[in-house]
Design a protein around this ligand. Sequence first.
Ligand SMILES: C=CC1=C(C)c2cc3[nH]c(cc4nc(cc5[nH]c(cc1n2)c(C)c5CCC(=O)O)C(CCC(=O)O)=C4C)c(C)c3C=C
Ligand SMILES: [Fe+2]
Ligand SMILES: [Fe+2]
Length: 376
Amino acid sequence: MKYINSENYKHEHGDKIGVLLVNLGTPEAPTKAAVKPYLKQFLSDPRVVEIPRVIWYMILNGIILPFRSKRSAHAYQQIWTEQGSPLLANTASLCGGVVKRMAQKHPNLVVDFAMRYGKPDMESKLQSLLDKGATKLIVLPLYPQYSATTTGSTFDEIARLFSKRRWFPELRFVNQYHDDPNYIEALANKVKAHWQQHGKAEKLVLSFHGIPKRFWLNGDPYVCQCFKTARLLAEKLELTKDEMLTCFQSRFGKAEWVQPYLEGTLKALPGKGVKSVQVFSLWFSVDCLETLEEIAVENKEYFEDAGGERFQYIPCLNDDESHVDMIMNVIERHASGWDLADGQSPEAHAEANANLRQSVIDKEEELSQISSVTSV
Ligand SMILES: C=CC1=C(C)c2cc3[nH]c(cc4nc(cc5[nH]c(cc1n2)c(C)c5CCC(=O)O)C(CCC(=O)O)=C4C)c(C)c3C=C
Ligand SMILES: [Fe+2]
Ligand SMILES: [Fe+2]
């Protein structure tokens, strides 16, 4: 069979709005055996690595996976929690906040989350939203800045999943929210709350996940959107140019990535007389390996080893109320023109249709009686 059919298909269907929050994904355990398939799926994505497939698969399987899986597993062990991977636990908690608030405000919306790589996967969560009666779908990748490597890849997967189905829901896809005033406000609140507790450092270092420089030069808007987010935040916080820096982290492989690198910057700052920094990881919705281990452990060490005296990490927005508010607002905006308040369950819809059918039958009988009377 070519297409996935709708099982127990009924013409009467619900008209719920499904919302799928999509995040990157993470391994199921902090072990080499669990990290390897995760890295394999992630790094096999042609949106993430653009090297010709045959050459890349030889490098990936022969060199990267055996070595990187071990190294990454060790890094994951440093940050693993009782709830599992921080990325998964924090995403679940953020989604829980949205679900709770949506249930009170817009009962016609059904919200869930999925991961682009690993579990819970997008296919099963899409099916689950359809089973709940969603005929419209908002996909919200949890990346404020668009990149082909992240947002683009999420779209590819949605398109692949839809291409397998006979009937797919009406789609709205959130491309980015890097300059959304509510996002900037939430970021500013986070920094201000940190300052209230700890005071200011000499520099606020805004850190973004990097991408290969070639992707930027080939038209990926990610870097421009990062700089715009940084500028809007600096304006909101009334920071001067001397008080902040924008850097890119998490370089992977030998090619040049977008600069300045966070690592090099933190190693150089103490030599230039800067002894205290606050590093804010504003590129991602929730804390994960790349913030909790790479910034808060690894990069802290680089700074202190180079003579830095005070290193503070400002966490991601995670499940902060202002983050939930912001996500709710993005969803409401993208649901514009759709019925947010008054959707029917599949059962109510079926009953309404049955009533309608009965009234049509009644009408037909009435008409046939009239016509038999008039024809007499
Ligand atoms: C070529 C490789 C990579 C590109 C391009 C890339 C872009 C990119 N990644 C994120 C967000 C995250 N990446 C995370 C982990 C991670 N990223 C890469 C490689 C590339 N990322 C690897 C190999 C890994 C795995 C960990 C490691 O071995 O270092 C994570 C954290 C996942 C977790 O489980 O916590 C996030 C989040 C963005 C936003 C991005 C482009 C803009
Ligand atoms: Fe990393
Ligand atoms: Fe990454």
